[in-house]
Design a protein around this ligand. Structure first.
Ligand code: GDP
Length: 449
């Protein structure tokens, strides 16, 4: 998962609250210490970690006055609040609107993942119904033209570039004019990647911005630089008005936490979580912290279900889920959706602890093949459900032992797999009851809490 290392350390630290019989100051201090250490190991700036420590202590002191409170809950709340504040960008990023021209200019250092993110961004908004197009104004790096052209073809959006022209300002202007006249909602302009010391390229970035007047300048930053993200963002901001930030490569870097905290001084809009064009997630502090602490991301999950039109495809599913009436047929629809989502890992990360853990275990320990392994097992589940009778599919109860052996025989799967399927069904049913508790209605909206 995103920042998996940091997440599991934080979860372990908070776990001590649960596992200790007597919650004295010694344990509480130890929990706070572990949390701070985990953040420092993720390369979060030490001063910010100290601020977090003080903020947790302050809120505990204040709450200690109000006797009768559950201490475990108080400490947990104080930690969640302090972490949320630490990861919160403070102000919302630019949001493009359909039905008007939105010009988005991408900037960043070479290798940060900028060109890949341009395609991810186009892909994301195209799925939301925007008419998107991309322009290559990177005349510096050989190969930039064909990379973006190919990326654009893969996500099926029109591309503009001039391979022989060396004037990025002229190309950017021509592309923006052409797509504006053609009525595109979202025109995404990729610019040359730079090195920090390259003043000429920084100047060029400013000229492009002055010429095309972007509605949003998106700064793409690689999370592996850790807390150095702060200085990098500052260097770019001194030249152009950065209005959004995308932090990339959060799928595999121990320093990601540091980069994210350092970058939160800018409005983070997306996180890059893999090389694939759909491996980019909207950044939302609440969802992010929930997932980081193993609490699942119900909002993210419902958004994903909506994005995939789950409600139209399986209208009864969300209703059943939220009414706590979850059949094997519903489980089949959910698992089908996971398989269509492309990334099982991404879906799993949104699940609350036990469900997420179940699927993670199912994927095996090999991170590189996790999705493939997980999909193979899911296919096994599908085969079992294909051999179920209509009565079994509509059942909300665990299957009896005789049915388990019959299904194993009928589907050619091991009975362990049938047991695992029953376990998955149980976990989802419980998750459904949680959704009910959160006040999620069948249309997928979340009532503000
Ligand atoms: P640019 O020079 O900034 O345009 O960078 P590219 O878009 O060419 O990306 C550089 C490398 O980073 C490529 O191999 C990308 O596939 C990879 N990359 C980009 N974003 C991500 C991400 O979020 N996660 C991972 N793991 N790799 C990424």
């Amino acid at each position: 998962m995103v920042l998996g290392d940091l997440g599991s350390k934080l979860v372990d630290a908070l776990g001590k609250l649960q596992s200790s019989m007597l919650l004295d100051d010694g344990i509480i201090n130890q929990v706070i210490k572990d949390i701070c250490l985990a953040l420092i190991q993720a390369d979060v700036n030490i001063q910010q970690v100290n601020e977090l420590r003080q903020s947790i202590k302050r809120s505990l002191d204040a709450n200690a006055i109000a006797a009768g409170h559950n201490k475990r809950v108080l400490v947990r709340q104080a930690v969640v609040e302090a972490l949320s504040k630490m990861f919160d960008p403070g102000h919302p990023p630019f949001q493009p609107k359909r039905g008007r021209t939105n010009i988005i200019m991408f900037v960043g250092l070479q290798g940060s993942g900028k060109t890949t993110t341009v395609a991810k961004y186009a892909n994301f908004y195209k799925k939301k119904g925007f008419k998107c197009a991309v322009v290559c104004a990177d005349t510096f790096r050989a190969g930039a033209f064909s990379q973006l052209q190919q990326n654009a073809a893969k996500v099926r959006v029109p591309f503009y570039g001039e391979q022989e022209n060396k004037d990025p300002v002229a190309i950017a202007l021509a592309g923006v004019r052409m797509f504006t006249e053609e009525g595109f909602d979202l025109i995404i302009v990729d610019t040359s990647g730079r090195h920090m010391q390259d003043t000429e390229l920084f100047e060029e970035m400013k000229q492009v911005a002055d010429a095309i007047h972007p509605n949003d300048i998106v700064f793409v930053m690689d999370s592996s630089i850790g807390q150095a993200a702060h200085d990098q963002a500052l260097a770019f901001r001194q030249k152009v008005n950065i209005t959004s930030v995308v932090v990339t490569k959060l799928d595999g870097h121990a320093k990601g936490g540091g980069a994210l905290v350092a970058a939160t001084q800018s409005p983070i809009v997306f996180l890059g979580v893999g090389e694939g064009f759909d491996q980019m997630e909207l950044f939302n502090t609440h969802s992010f912290i929930s997932r980081l602490l193993g609490m699942g991301d119900v909002q993210g999950l419902v958004a994903k279900m909506e994005e995939m039109d789950l409600e139209k495809k399986h209208p009864e599913l969300i209703q059943n889920l939220t009414e706590g009436r979850f059949t094997y047929k519903d489980l089949r629809s959910v698992l089908e959706t996971f398989m269509q989502a492309g990334s099982l890992t991404q879906m799993m990360d949104m699940m609350p602890g036990p469900v997420g853990k179940f699927f993670h275990d199912m994927q095996g320990g090999d991170a590189a093949n996790a999705d493939r392994e997980g999909f193979l097992r899911l296919k096994g589940f599908m085969t079992i459900m294909d051999s179920m009778t209509e009565e079994e599919l509509n059942s909300v109860k665990p299957l009896t032992a005789t049915r388990v052996s019959r299904l194993a025989r009928g589907s050619g799967q091991h009975s362990r797999m049938v047991q695992a399927l029953i376990e998955a069904h149980k976990l989802f049913s419980r998750f459904g009851s949680q959704l009910k508790g959160l006040g999620i209605n069948p249309a997928g909206d979340i009532n503000p809490r």
